[in-house]
Design a protein around this ligand. Structure first.
Ligand code: RM4
Ligand code: MN
Ligand code: MN
Length: 386
């Protein structure tokens, strides 16, 4: 694709940032407070709006309930809209309650399953009030020991619970089903992989689609092939972008493996309707600042997408047809090696944005201002993020 066509596609790329990426977080060992980190849901929305102003491509923010719970969701919606952003995916939290020790929707006790579904219904009401059209579901359900529970029974409970939730979806709301191969369950996970998520979504219906969190696979998994297959089957609902070296590390997108990010975005570049895919970041910052790290992730996604759009498809296809293995590979590698900074600078300049949004944040004194206004919030207990 030529640069003009690539620019047109880049203009349409929207990335959603997560409220939980703006507050203090850490490992299960310690939480290091960051000066000026957002303390309330309103501040988290303010930070998401700042990221949108500096990048021009992040017009929505995902909420996690009850972390972002508030008395008046209409007011929260107006608070976001006044700053030029909207509320994106609503993420029910089905792991942060003592009742969920043995699971939520798959819990052996019917009363706990009912509690979990009640919370999902509450999230549907919040989606209606905030104007959100996506429920993004991740279950921490699983077991730690063989024999702890009956695996087939858990699957039956999973499907029954999700069917009940699906039946309550208004027609314009999508249910995105996220999988993860382990953690916090160390022996079995009820939604461990894309295949299970896809099977469940197929059973539910067209409003249910799979969410690919890039950090939720065993090492060595070919994530772009999963993306390709889900696209081919009409089952790719969205992403949780982040990066990892070992497990679910939630590092800055593209920080460890930018080539993998490029390969994933290459599949997106070929999608029929990329606008229908929810591009979301799911990241937490333990030792770095929050906002510039989020901007860096956004920039890295744009960079990978720009490179992916520049692949010379014609040459690639003729090399593939001719069985020229190295030739075909070189076409992809060539696009990956292209310096797309000038192209992205054009994109940003036409939108009145600094060509380097991370530098613009740092030069603009935003971090210092927020540290002055908000101070440093000590976090009492380490919150082990999973
Ligand atoms: C999980 C998963 C979910 C996120 C939680 C906090 O590992 O990635 O998307 O909501 O962490
Ligand atoms: Mn996730
Ligand atoms: Mn995760």
């Amino acid at each position: 694709m030529d640069e003009t066509a690539a620019l047109e596609r880049l203009r349409r790329l929207e990335i959603e940032t997560p409220s939980w990426g703006y507050g203090n977080s850490g490992t299960r060992f310690h939480v290091y407070p960051w000066p000026g980190a957002a303390r309330t849901v309103h501040e988290r929305i303010d930070d998401a709006a700042l990221v949108h102003r500096l990048t021009g491509c992040c017009p929505s923010v995902a909420l996690h309930i009850p972390w972002d719970a508030t008395d008046d969701y209409g007011e929260l919606r107006r608070h976001a809209e006044a700053q030029g952003i909207r509320i994106g995916a609503i993420n029910p939290n089905l792991f942060g309650d003592d009742a969920y020790r043995l699971g939520s929707i798959c819990h052996p006790d019917e009363a706990v399953r009912a509690q979990a579904l009640g919370h999902c219904r509450e999230c549907l009401a919040i989606a209606a009030e905030t104007g959100s059209t996506v429920i993004s579901l991740w279950l921490a359900d699983g077991t730690n020991y063989p024999g702890q529970d009956d695996l087939r029974d858990r699957h039956r409970r999973l499907v029954a619970g999700l069917e009940e939730l699906y039946a309550a979806l208004p027609p314009h709301v999508r249910l995105l089903v996220e999988y993860k191969f382990f953690e916090p369950g160390f022996y079995s996970t009820d939604l461990p992989d894309w295949g299970t998520a896809a099977l469940v979504c197929r059973r539910l219906g067209p409003q249910a689609q799979v969410l690919v969190d890039t950090g939720h696979h065993p090492l060595g998994t070919n994530v772009e092939q999963i993306v390709a297959l889900l696209l081919a089957e009409g089952l790719l609902g969205g992403f949780h972008f982040n990066n990892r070296k070992y497990a679910d590390d939630d590092l800055i997108v593209g920080a460890i493996d930018p080539f993998e990010l490029f390969r994933i975005m290459r599949e997106i570049a070929q999608a029929d309707a990329p606008e229908a895919i929810a591009f979301m970041i799911d990241q937490s910052h333990n030792v770095e600042g929050k906002i510039d790290a989020m901007i860096q992730s956004v920039v890295n996604i744009q960079t990978a997408y720009a490179k992916a759009l520049l692949v010379d498809d014609e040459t690639l296809q003729s090399a593939q047809r001719a069985g020229d293995v190295l030739g075909a590979h070189r076409v992809l590698a060539d696009a990956f090696e292209t310096d797309v900074r000038p192209l992205l600078a054009r994109l940003r300049e036409e939108a009145g944005i600094d060509p380097d949004p991370v530098e613009a944040f740092r030069r603009g004194g935003h971090g210092e201002r927020l540290a002055r206004e908000r101070g440093t919030t000590q976090v009492e207990s380490a919150y082990g993020r999973t």
